[in-house]
Write a new protein. Structure first.
Ligand SMILES: Cc1ncc(C[n+]2csc(CCOP(=O)(O)OP(=O)(O)O)c2C)c(N)n1
Ligand SMILES: [Mg+2]
Lengths: 325, 397
């Protein structure tokens, strides 16, 4: 075990994957010699050479198009999009190409070896274009897996699983936690399961569900509610697609209440999908409507960032409302 | 049957001819040598004393602003800054060759153009402090300026997006028949985006009066131009798209002014796009989030520091008898005071009232945004100390 922050855990996972499989190649804007604007790819070029870790020209559609071709050929590309907010020039390559490659060829061809890494999320004074959480756009795309870690341990295990999974994976990294989240991480190779949520804390009155950086927020809200005598069960969804409806439903059948928190805007956010499925599965168990604590339906504003965020206080208030329903 | 027009201008060859990089030699226009002396063969553009001084002062102002605001960011007073240092001539002299009615669509490092147009220190500060006086309502990171009155389109962070937009904007200007063009600034890195190619091709095919102004400053964050493209810079691409093209020394005010003036004339008279590639160097770090020591050498920076565009302009103006060291020192000192005073004053101005959070998403806020605002205000009033920037003014607006 070693103490690592989230960036170091990602760097460590990339080294592990590249050492184990020489077909793993890492590239994107500034990821080469410089090691990426956040330093997630530090020293990879020195260790593995320019052929396997390199800068690309500044073109996201190019990066993912190139990665698609490379994956189809049988290599294992790990492509970095510098910020989640800049993934949209590659939207066509991801939605129409990456996600449909296997299906359209009847399984003859696939880009299942592709992993796309991108930092996402706010709370860093990043304004409109360094704060967004675009997971729901991709969750509407059959053929993609979407994975989001909440801490360094999760990041390494989930990234290794994503790189080796035989499906294209969008791996979204909560950049607010890059240096802030520090924890024990095994130096050995290990994987954590994709498609499995994790019950972080058991409770009996309400289920609190989130992913990525918002886990800290619901944990803080749960502590506040605990003082009022509320016992909250906390679940990290970890995979947005495919998502672990069984674990969530099982929890809700026990607690009778569900609150979902995400940073992305409320309307069309992934919480809507979860709420629809859970009310279907757990209708007779629900004591209160499923609560969603999310970003506002506005672009992400700089001056009002604090007000915009679905923070622990908003979550705490929503827990109270749900319990008093 | 196939339309044969596409072969109309194609010559014939009967040997296998491979056309390579370098066959097309695109020289760089330089009018003033690095020491400020005009080249004998150069016909300098007509530039009167007042315009020359306005250009020099705008360049000096931007350097003062950059120095001060990098300091302010280090002190934690603003969250982010991005300097123009080294590229003052490219961004200022180009704007000086335009008319006020011409639209500017910039990338983010063009504060020279904005300063030349008369954007005030207070306006710069209002934007950087995201306060209630910023006409962009404090929604974007520092340096994302925009001012309707100055025909300066609000900056957007996603790179390259403004390039095809400038083609469209210029097409509208052409259809209106006004004497106005659009200038579109971007970096050599942004020119790798698909939007660059789409924008140039559309402007060429649809005959849009737009000036594409590429600042080739050698770097896109850490990525050197040598890892950005393998062709002959950005200029060679203009030719490929059928866009008239000029390559210019971006640190030479005279050359940039002449090139942009010519580009504007062509754009207006011939109603077509022109590409300018200005060769320059990003002397500053990419932004306050960046440290260039990890990817380039001091020697390289020093080499370019010696090509300082401001020094070159001063030297030329001195020869004209238009530059007095002492008088200029006073002007610059006044700029420093102005920046410092405005910084201190403006940093105390409030952020916008919370009601503005739902404005401008649409022309008028729909029901769901009104409901979200109401809920948010109720929440803030429950925890006023947690939202100190807005809780004191919940009933205003
Ligand atoms: C679509 C998109 N991708 C990535 C970024 C992140 N980014 C911001 S500036 C920059 C480098 C731009 O270089 P260049 O266009 O040469 O302009 P310069 O900074 O040199 O003025 C990058 C990669 C972005 N803003 N938008
Ligand atoms: Mg550049």
């Amino acid at each position: 075990m070693a103490k690592m922050n989230l960036l170091q855990a990602i760097n460590n996972a990339l080294i592990t994957a590249m050492e184990e499989n020489e077909k793993v190649m890492v590239f994107g804007e500034d990821v080469g010699h410089f090691g990426g604007v956040f330093r997630a790819t530090s020293n990879l070029q020195e260790k593995f050479g320019k052929g396997r870790c390199f800068n690309t020209p500044l073109t996201e559609q190019g990066i993912i198009g190139f990665a698609n071709g490379l994956a189809a050929q049988g290599s294992s590309p790990v492509a970095e999009i510098q910020f989640g907010d800049y993934i949209f020039p590659a939207f066509d390559q991801i939605v129409n190409e990456t996600a449909k490659w296997r299906y359209r060829s009847g399984g003859q061809f696939s880009v299942g070896t592709l992993t796309i890494r991108t930092p996402y999320g706010g709370g860093i004074a990043g304004g409109h274009y360094h704060s967004q959480s675009p997971e729901a756009y991709f969750a509407h795309t059959p053929g993609m897996k979407i994975v989001i870690p909440r801490n360094p341990y999760q990041a390494k295990g989930l990234l290794l699983a994503s790189i080796r999974d035989d499906n294209p994976v969008l791996f979204m990294e909560p950049k607010k936690l890059y240096r802030a989240s520090v924890g024990e991480v095994p130096e050995d190779d290990y994987e954590l399961p994709i498609g499995k949520a994790e019950v972080i804390k058991e409770g009996k009155d309400i289920t609190l569900l989130a992913w990525g950086a918002q886990i800290e927020i619901i944990e803080k809200a749960a502590e506040m509610a605990e003082k009022d005598g509320v016992s909250a069960e906390i679940i990290d969804l970890r995979s947005i697609l495919p998502w672990d409806a069984d674990t969530v439903a099982e929890s809700v059948m026990k607690t009778g209440r569900l609150l979902i928190n995400h940073e992305a805007p409320l309307t069309g956010g992934f919480a809507s999908e979860i709420a629809a499925t859970i009310q279907e599965r757990c209708f007779l168990y629900l004591e209160a409507p499923i609560s969603r604590v999310c970003g506002l339906d506005t672009p992400y504003p700089l001056a009002h960032e604090k007000e915009y965020m679905p923070d622990h206080l908003k979550t705490y208030e929503a827990i109270k409302r749900t319990l008093q329903y | 049957m196939h339309d044969r027009n596409h072969l109309a201008n194609v010559g014939m060859t009967h040997e296998v001819n491979v056309i390579t990089n370098g066959l097309l030699d695109i020289p760089m226009l330089q009018m003033l040598a690095e020491d400020g002396t005009p080249h004998k063969e150069a016909t300098l553009p007509e530039l009167d004393e007042k315009t020359a001084k306005d250009i020099l002062h705008a360049m000096q102002y931007v350097r003062v602003l950059d120095e001060r605001m990098i300091g302010a960011q280090r002190q934690g007073r603003i969250s982010f800054y991005l300097a123009c240092t080294g590229e003052e001539a490219a961004t200022t002299a180009s704007a000086a060759a335009l008319k006020p009615q011409d639209m500017i669509m910039s990338q983010y490092r063009e504060q020279g153009a904005l300063a030349y147009r008369g954007y005030t220190t207070e306006q710069f500060m209002n934007q950087m402090f995201s306060n209630e006086k910023d006409p962009n309502k404090g929604r974007q990171m520092p340096i994302h300026y925009g001012d309707k009155a100055l025909n300066f389109m609000t900056i957007s962070s996603p790179l390259g997006t403004q390039i095809p937009q400038a083609s469209g904007y210029a097409y509208g200007q052409k259809m209106e028949g006004t004497d106005a063009v659009t200038i579109c600034y971007f970096g050599e890195g942004a020119a790798s985006e698909g939007d660059f190619h789409a924008g140039l091709n559309m402007a060429a095919v649809l005959n849009c009066p737009v000036i594409f102004f590429c600042r080739n400053n050698g770097y896109a964050i850490s990525t050197p131009a040598s890892e950005q493209f393998a062709g002959d810079g950005i200029a060679s691409r203009g030719i490929g798209y059928g866009v008239k093209t000029i390559r210019v020394d971006g640190n030479d005010v005279m050359a940039v002014y002449a090139a942009t003036q010519t580009a504007r004339e062509i754009a207006v008279k011939e109603q077509c796009p022109v590409l300018i590639e200005a060769m320059t160097y990003r002397l500053a770090a990419h932004s306050t989030s960046d440290d260039p020591t990890g990817y380039r050498s001091r020697e390289e920076e020093e080499k370019w520091r010696a090509k300082d565009p401001i020094a070159r302009m001063k030297a030329w103006m001195t020869a004209q008898g238009w530059f007095d060291e002492e008088a200029n020192a006073k002007v610059v000192e006044k700029m420093r005071e102005d920046v410092l005073n405005e910084l201190k004053r403006v940093e105390k101005v409030d952020v916008p009232v919370i009601d503005e959070i739902i404005e401008d998403v649409y022309d008028t806020p729909p029901w769901h945004l009104k409901a979200q605002l109401k809920e948010l205000k109720e929440h803030i009033s429950k925890y006023p100390e947690h939202y100190p920037k807005t809780s004191g003014r919940l009933n205003r607006g």
